[in-house]
Ligand binder design. Structure first.
Ligand code: FAD
Length: 388
């Protein structure tokens, strides 16, 4: 096979990039390790910045998002079991959209199918070759046969554990990492959300988050030790603990039910730079990870796609320097999101060595946020997404 851009990974970033390139007349092929059903079964992000919504509109994959998504104009934060609201719309004129990553991915698959895009599923043993030269190629095995894709460029959209970043020689890439000493226990339940807007709760027992997917599908999280056995967290134990950490009136009206998904995920901040090596460009989770506290992971994948797609279009339009700007432009925005996610994580979670002093500092930080329009505007700007 011959294509202009070979995309490794059929998650949100690979699909969005492929679709935008197609609309600009640039050909691509996606190689995905798993089946489509597997990719679509992963329950992950649910909060879209408006810039991400606009990217999906540009990709002609936003019809269902506008029919079924839930625009939110604000968010609730709580400390000492009392909540306050930050009004995004009033402070910045912007909103966010609640729409699950699974749905985004489905819509992008539909758009690629409608356009006749090539997506190879169950591509095993993907290997990248000739990154330093002018004619890179990718090999993979499908149904026992080895295949080869010749291309101009490779986009590594294959997530944190993918092959793309691992193909960059040691010494050519720097990695920055912070591992947080706790995890999030997430539960999905077919119950009405406790609140119309997300609630982020700071509590001496640990952080809690109330999120949602739709009117009858709730997504809740509590901070737990990352090595807690999942079996310890029966549904009853989870609901009891969540209630303790929420503002009283929310805890009292919360509807509970059987969990339909339950897992513990670790929290880390990670950045690899630069996001380019020769003809390879890293995109999304392949280059960076944020703790989910700021809801930035999927949104950063979308902004990376924005910068890379623009650079590739400019390159094929004759601007030979355009691709040099991809990594610095993307990284400038990524580090802002890394900072904001780190700040939210640090301010809202209970750390293992945290004494009463640090708890009071967190509470006073949140009290300042509750009372200062300036602090709220800064929060709202970051949460709804910095401009591209
Ligand atoms: C459990 C979990 C919960 C999350 N919750 C949130 C949240 O609440 N809010 C938020 O904003 N973000 C969240 N995230 C982060 C968000 O889901 C990611 O940032 C987003 O999926 C990034 O998209 P991506 O396309 O870059 O990577 P991915 O979605 O990881 O897609 C990469 C794709 O590449 C494929 N692949 C990997 N290796 C290879 C290979 N060698 N060859 C071929 N294909 C390969 C994978 O199968 C996958 O389909 C969460 C992530 C996880 C893991």
């Amino acid at each position: 096979m011959r294509t202009q851009v070979c995309i490794i990974g059929g998650g949100p970033s690979g699909l969005l990039l492929s679709q935008l390139l197609h609309l600009a007349g640039i050909d691509s092929v996606i190689l995905e390790r798993h089946t489509r059903d597997h990719v679509l079964s992963r329950i992950r992000a649910g909060v879209l910045e408006w810039g991400t919504v606009e990217m999906l509109e540009k990709a002609q994959a936003a019809r269902r998002l506008h029919e079924e998504g839930f625009p939110h104009d604000g968010v609730l934060l709580s400390a000492q079991n009392r909540a306050f609201r930050i009004d995004f719309k009033a402070l910045t004129g912007k909103r966010i959209m609640v729409y699950g990553q699974t749905e985004v991915t489905q819509d992008l698959y539909d758009a690629r199918d409608a356009a006749g895009g090539t997506i190879v599923h169950e591509a095993q043993g993907v290997a990248l070759h000739g990154l330093d030269g002018d004619a890179p190629h990718v090999t993979y095995v499908k149904d026992g046969t080895e295949h080869r894709v010749d291309c101009d460029f490779i986009a590594g959209c294959d997530g944190y554990h993918g092959v793309s970043r691992a193909s960059i020689p040691e010494g050519k890439i720097r990695q920055f990492e912070r591992i947080y000493p706790f995890g999030w226990l997430g539960v999905l339940s077919r119950t009405p959300p406790v609140s119309d807007e997300l609630i982020y709760a700071n509590h001496p027992r640990g952080f809690a988050l109330c999120s949602m997917r739709n009117e009858n599908l709730s997504r809740y999280y509590i901070q737990v030790p990352v090595d807690d056995p999942i079996g310890k967290w029966t549904d009853t134990a989870f609901w009891d603990e969540l209630r303790r950490r929420l503002p009283n009136e929310a805890a009292e009206r919360m509807a509970t039910g059987a969990s339909i998904e339950k897992a513990i995920v670790p929290l880390r901040s990670f950045v690899a730079e630069p996001m380019r090596h020769g003809r390879l460009f890293l995109v999304g989770d392949a280059a960076h990870i944020v703790p989910p506290t700021g809801a930035k992971g999927l949104n950063l994948a979308a902004s990376d796609v924005h910068y890379l797609h623009e650079a590739l279009v400019a390159h094929y339009g004759g601007d030979r320097l355009a691709l040099d700007h991809y990594s610095p432009r993307a990284l400038a925005r990524i580090w802002q999101a890394i900072r904001f996610s780190w700040w939210m994580t640090t301010t809202l979670h209970r750390f293992p060595d945290q004494g009463e002093f640090a708890q009071r500092i967190q509470e006073s930080e949140l009290a300042h946020l509750a009372n200062s329009a300036t602090a709220q505007t800064e929060f709202a700007e970051n949460y709804t997404g910095l401009p591209y």
